[in-house]
Design a protein around this ligand. Structure first.
Ligand SMILES: *Cc1c(COP(=O)(O)O)cnc(C)c1O
Length: 384
């Protein structure tokens, strides 16, 4: 059988491989993205379930056991097992704000968040027609006292805080904000897209003060498995504190066997669940803990190495993201120079620099090339 049809399969495969061989690989080039090389077992799991649709678990009922495993493990880490797999935090954040407004909205249309909040929350507000009021926090974790003032002034229907901000990897004071949200009966969503599989392990060792957990007052948590944990994308998870919130995000689909579909997507890859399951069961929490601690140390080493290169200054990392800038060169000059050498970093606009997101695929050679390139820049640039 010709598996492809129209064109000659051998030729097409050759072309595919050629395109593949030119495609950027994490371990050779990527230092600033929140994605990583997926775990091989998770890729296998994703692939063999590629025919399944998570939107209909009655049809693919064997997936239910895997789902239970994943939610039980999530329950052990975060303190709630009520939720479902999503296409990532962009979807999870949109769902959370939808639920918040359905249940806490009334006449109010305002969401309050520190200005370090991820763009996807802004996007969710656009979709929902709500207004995002940003609290200026100057690249620091949110000051709960300041939040109280904003909540008094705006009476928002939801607060969003972040565990692992995009630019600097900061963690907002989740526990304190949760108490305050609970007292004021405001929905609190914790965006732990990046930090959700790092921070609990750092917290356990006393390396960060905050934890990602369903403290009283936390309404929902978003975690991405396609970031640090290395599940093939898309692989997100949204968890809720109670059944009412969960149910508010599900819709009647009377033609399906289960009769309802939750979240934004309709057809949803069963591979996403299988990939998450493979990561949690195949690598396990011990592996994730080791990787998180390793990344924390790599980030600290990178911070001091970059800081010791003349002309550069780095910001001391709170978790696993190291932002830095050159005192004279704008970030686009830096990033073009590095890209020419096959090193890709994202920007840290608030400091006019770039950021390194330490991910499991980092290796000595990759880090060495970055430091060497920065030293070369330093040598060829006159100092202030
Ligand atoms: C990555 C990220 C998102 C967006 O998640 P996707 O999985 O890309 O949709 C949202 N918030 C934070 C804090 C993130 O790190």
């Amino acid at each position: 059988m010709n598996p492809v049809g129209g064109e000659d399969a051998t030729r097409l495969l050759r072309e595919l491989r050629e395109i593949y061989s030119k495609t950027t690989r994490h371990e050779d080039s990527i230092l600033g993205s929140m994605t990583t090389t997926p775990n091989p077992l998770a890729i296998y799991a994703f692939t063999i379930f590629s025919h399944t649709n998570l939107a209909d678990l009655e049809l693919f009922s064997s997936l239910k056991d895997m789902y239970k495993d994943v939610l039980d493990l999530a329950g052990r880490i975060y303190g709630s097992n009520l939720g479902y797999v999503t296409a990532g935090a962009t979807e999870s954040n949109l769902i959370a704000l939808y639920v918040a407004r359905e249940i806490h909205g009334g006449n109010n249309n305002i969401v309050v968040a520190p200005d370090t909040v991820h763009f996807s929350v802004e996007k969710a507000c656009r979709f929902l027609g709500c207004r995002l009021v940003k609290i200026p926090v100057g690249n620091k974790p949110l000051d709960p006292g300041l939040l109280v003032k904003y909540v008094r002034e705006y009476s928002p229907f939801a607060i969003v805080v972040t565990a692992g901000t995009t630019e600097l990897g900061l963690v907002d004071p989740i526990k304190e904000v949760a108490e305050m949200a609970s007292t004021n009966n405001v929905y609190l969503h914790v965006d732990a897209a990046y930090g959700g599989l790092i921070i609990p392990f750092l917290h356990e060792r006393g390396l960060v003060k905050e934890n990602v957990y369903f403290y009283k007052g936390v309404s929902s948590i978003a975690v991405d498995f396609h970031k640090f944990a290395g599940a093939p994308p898309p692989a997100g998870l949204i968890l809720f504190s109670n059944e009412d919130y969960l149910n508010a995000s599900c819709f009647e689909y009377s033609y399906t066997i289960s009769g309802k579909i939750c979240g934004v997507l309709g057809t949803r890859p069963g591979g996403s669940l299988a990939g998450i399951w493979a990561v949690l069961r195949g690598m396990g929490l011990d592996y994730l803990r080791d990787k998180a601690l390793w990344a924390f140390n790599v980030a600290r080493e990178l911070f001091s190495s970059i800081n010791s290169i003349k002309g550069f200054e780095a910001i001391e990392p709170e978790t696993t993201i190291v932002a830095f800038r050159h005192k004279r060169l704008p970030s686009n000059v830096l990033s073009d120079y590095l890209a020419e050498r096959g090193l890709f970093l994202y920007k840290a606009p608030s400091i006019g620099g770039l950021r390194v997101v330490v991910m499991p695929h980092f290796n000595k050679a990759l880090i060495g090339r970055l430091l060497k390139s920065l030293s070369d820049i330093s040598r060829s640039t006159p100092h202030a």
